[in-house]
Structures are given as C-alpha cells and as structure tokens.
Design a protein around this ligand. Structure first.
Ligand SMILES: C[S@@+](CC[C@H](N)C(=O)[O-])C[C@H]1O[C@@H](n2cnc3c(N)ncnc32)[C@H](O)[C@@H]1O
Length: 230
C-alpha cells in the first residue's frame, strides 16, 4: 500500500461520511451557523482586496500550480475562497474552479471580479464544516485562514478543523493534492503573556485567542468578538 493509500484508508476509517449532508456544487447550502467571522467578512468584503497580503496572488498561484501538479483543465476546489483572488487566477490559467465561502458578500465581490476578468468560476455559498461536494476534484486549496482555524464562539476547535479537512478529503480524487496554509502556533505562544492567559484572551491548551476584532467596512469601523486558533 502506498503512503497516499494508507492516508486515505486512515481518513476513511476515522471520518466516515455517514450522516454528513452531501451538497451539489450548484445548490445554495443553507448557512445556519451564527458566525461572527461571517458577519465581519460580510462587512469588510468591499475593502478586502485593499489588504496588503492580497498583493502576491500571481506569485502564489505560480507556486500553487507547481505544487498541486494539476493538468490543464483540471478541477480545483478553493475552500474559504473569499473574493476569489486565487480561484480567478487559477481559472485564467485554464483550471475549472469551484470556490466555497461562508460570506455572501465576499462571494458578491468574487462574482464581480470573475466577470471583470472574463472567467467562469462556480461559487458556492456554504460553510466549509458542512460542505461536502458530490464532484471529485484533482486538487484543493484552503489559504490565508480560509475557514480553517476561524471559530464560532461555541465551536469545538478540533471538530471544526477536522470537519473541514474531512470534507476536503472527501471531495478529492484518489491521490489528489491539497495545499493548506495556517497560522504558526509557536508565534501565537510567543505573542501572549501570562496576563493574557489569566484574562482569558489566550488559552495555551487549545491555542485559541478570543478577542474583539476591529475591522473596516465602507465608511465605518466595526467590532466583533471572534475566536481564532493557532
Ligand atoms: C482571510 S479570508 C481568505 C480568503 C482567500 N482564501 C484569500 O486567500 O484571500 C478568509 C475567508 O474564509 C471564509 N470563511 C470563514 N469561515 C468559513 C467557513 N466555516 N466556511 C467557508 N468559508 C469560511 C471567510 O468568509 C473569508 O472569506
């Protein structure tokens, strides 16, 4: 058995699909969880592409295409696609892309950008912890905290992130590739003090930070209580 086959057997055993709703890419998946992240991304969506970290998309997609090793015309799933910066660039280079996001407003920006770029991407409004595709993908990406580690107030951190990984795994063809970026947990540990632990801002056991995030929305600054895992 190859290493890939062993990993697939491991995931199939530990995370069976039974009981998990399976959604078609063309359906709107009801987003029922009361997410503070959804609220903040909805509000911030029109300004998102002004963030400096969005400026290296072309170089990031060069890297992704090398790493994912997907043939021209291959199918790629972008989880937590946001305004679609990677999905659209991948589509420009010939991939068939499905972008999934919790925020309807981020997807509105994505649709506008895809139309401007003259490419077709399939956008799905769904929660990555619940989205399971019927289609099989050659590759998947989940970048820049695209769902992974962005927790609702009452989410179990392990269950949340494992559900996302399980759903991505189910969507991939056998041997399909996956690129995930996540926060550096050691950086979080270095960042916080004993005072932060005592005040409840940082939990060193789960590596979760709970804080009030201020974000820009058009003409306004807003605040929302969020949880984020390192
Ligand atoms: C920082 S943005 C990253 C967007 C994009 N991947 C990028 O690199 O620009 C995080 C995105 O994840 C989405 N997101 C957060 N939680 C999610 C969830 N549970 N399911 C789907 N998308 C989620 C947010 O709505 C937001 O668009």
């Amino acid at each position: 058995m190859t290493l890939v086959e062993r990993c697939e057997a491991f995931f199939a055993k530990r995370f069976p699909r039974a009981g998990i709703p399976v959604f078609d890419d063309t359906e709107e998946v009801p987003v029922t969880r009361g997410s503070s992240w959804r609220e903040s991304f909805d509000g911030h969506a029109p300004l998102y592409m002004g963030n400096t970290f969005t400026r290296n998309t072309i170089a990031e997609v060069d890297f992704l295409l090398e790493e994912l090793d997907v043939a021209q015309g291959g199918r790629i799933l972008d989880i937590g696609c946001g305004t679609g910066r990677h999905a659209i660039e991948l589509a420009k280079r010939g991939s068939q892309v499905v972008g999934v996001d919790l925020s309807a407003e981020m997807l509105t920006e994505a649709r506008k950008a895809a139309a401007k770029a003259g490419v077709v991407v399939q956008w799905v409004h769904a929660d990555a912890t619940r989205f399971v595709s019927r289609d099989a993908f050659d590759a998947a990406i989940c970048l820049c905290e695209g769902a992974f580690s962005l927790l609702d107030i009452d989410d179990d951190p392990m269950e949340h992130d494992l559900a996302i990984l399980r759903n991505i795994h189910s969507a991939l063809k056998s041997g399909g590739s996956f690129v995930l970026t996540t926060l550096n947990r050691y950086a979080k540990i270095r960042q916080f003090t004993q005072e932060d632990v005592e005040s409840g801002r940082f939990d060193p056991l789960t590596l979760i930070e709970t804080y009030t995030m201020e974000y820009d929305s058009p003409g306004d600054k807003k605040k929302v209580l969020v949880r984020e895992r390192g």
